[in-house]
Design a protein around this ligand. Sequence first.
Ligand code: ADP
Ligand code: MG
Length: 634
Amino acid sequence: MGAAEKQTLGFQTEAKQLLHLMIHSLYSNKEIFLRELISNAADAADKLRFLALGDGSLYEGDAELKITVEVDSENKTITITDNGIGMTQEEAIENLGTIAKSGTAQFLKSLTGDQKKDSQLIGQFGVGFYSAFIVSDRVEVFSRKAGLPPEQGVHWESAGEAEFSVEAANRPQRGTSVVLHLKADEQDFADAYRLRGIVKKYADHISLPVLMEKPRFGEEENAQDAAPEYETVNAAKALWTRPRNDISDAEYQEFYKHISHDFSDPLEWSHNKVEGKLEYTSLLYLPKRAPFDLWNRDGARGLKLYVQRIFIMDDAEQFLPLYLRFVKGVVDSNDISLNVSREILQQDPAVESMKSALTKRVLDMLEKLKKKSPEQYQEFWQQFGNVLKEGPSEDFTNKEKVAKLLLFATTHTNTAQQDQTLEDYVGRMKEGQKAIYYIAGDSYNAVRNSPHLEVLRQKGIEVLLLSDRIDEWLMSHLGEFDGKPLQDVTKGELDLSAFDSAEEQEKHQAEDAQAKPLLDRLKAALGERASEVRVTHRLTDSPACLAVGEYDMGAQMRRIMEAAGQKVPDSKPIFEINAAHPLLRKLDQEADEQRFEDLALILFDQACLAEGRQLDDPAQYISKLNRLLLDPNR
Ligand code: ADP
Ligand code: MG
């Protein structure tokens, strides 16, 4: 129960920080306060309409939901009123004094203090109610929750600093009024004509009528006693129900900001009406920037669900797979029951088939964007590429479609930029090449400079350079592309004999035969360290490298699992030598067993280092290396 007397409370620390930042970083786009407050009023109406489906008495005889914007040019105030769900005193304290979004504290820590950058970050966070303080030095909220008696209203007030106050208030009318007392230098906003333009801009896509006082002309201007007449200033029709040709880009963009709480324009959208067995309309958006909670397990995701134009719920996750969780939008269905719940959605076969259609819709939108504008697609990829990479493991049906959307760095372009598709790669494959080659590691530089690439480079065979944590996992789920297997160049024996000349093949066979005694000595020297020692022809400059058994876990995946505290099956690497390398030749000639062993172990440890592995015994490596450096016979 709310207290009758006035209480003064402090804002939550995060709320205080956000408030402060907002006031100081959004000065170049002040008018967005109207968008945010109208958006909240529309949400409140949506919520009431939904609850009233189950309990019509909540309308209290007034089912005509609307928003009113009033200006008092004398007192310099703007009032935004709705007859939506309203708030109790507790809700006002909770909703207007704290920020419930998980991860807010972390997000605020990531801010740099650079106002230009930070204002963009705040934008992606969603500015919300506090944007009222961009133009006001005092904000009052009067509210009464639908279904409660008039005396259970609340009056909330704050100057936007550390504190706010709440007290009980008598409020016969249901819903909320937000009263903005404009700052001295923002009083230009208290101009009905100017305000009307702004309201129109931000409210046209909202399905609710937004009313403003009719302008008075001539003598009427002095007719102070005449009751004000109101008129609807927006189109007041749910945007997605309108035909595509009628909707301007600006309207699509504003609607996106309303539903996503994002501050920037979307990158792309797709608006479709489906008729037939299932009837529904969808409006799907690709954001420009990843939201701060993209990687939070409980971050908001999903679409806004409407049933026959009535808002049902936010964040309906059942309409898109997890790897498309960055998509924002609306789905309005005629085939779902109005009193649907999240649990029912999960089992509804209509929802399942809408999900697969919407998934294809998004993948097609991405494919189109990639073709139409590689630059924009690159922007998308940098923000969401790693989410999309979860696709092949989550969604087997669309594996091939997702595969076509992936971008990679490769030895062909030789830059860290991920901008090559698998189709690009396949188009450049050499005659006789059967597999798509890749190498995965912890960083772009580590993979780019890996000894495993030496002979591939020499033969002009392209290799995908993978350095995102998810990459090896992705490759194992993709398995193949366009009928060509994806092959890790560090796994198994890399057989490139198809690309060798007859001469080279002969030379390699001779090397193999000659190396037998050396291999035996190396095996003895390395003991348990390697599962096998063999000659390789994949190296040109390096003396040796490590390979992984064909069916063993790759080095990158192994490190990730170990870092996560998982037990990984023990598997020893294969030590591969470049028998033609001068160091190996020298080793072969080495008669002193101690020196042979030192050198063998050093080569092995170096191969570990080149792989980015940790040495078992770094001190031993150093002392052996130093002994060798001091050796007068070297
Ligand atoms: P968001 O809209 O992203 O939730 P806001 O900062 O805009 O964040 O609003 C915070 C919360 O305050 C809302 O979620 C809602 O619970 C409450 N609220 C704001 N305005 C209204 C309103 N006009 N009617 C009812 N509740 C409101
Ligand atoms: Mg809001």
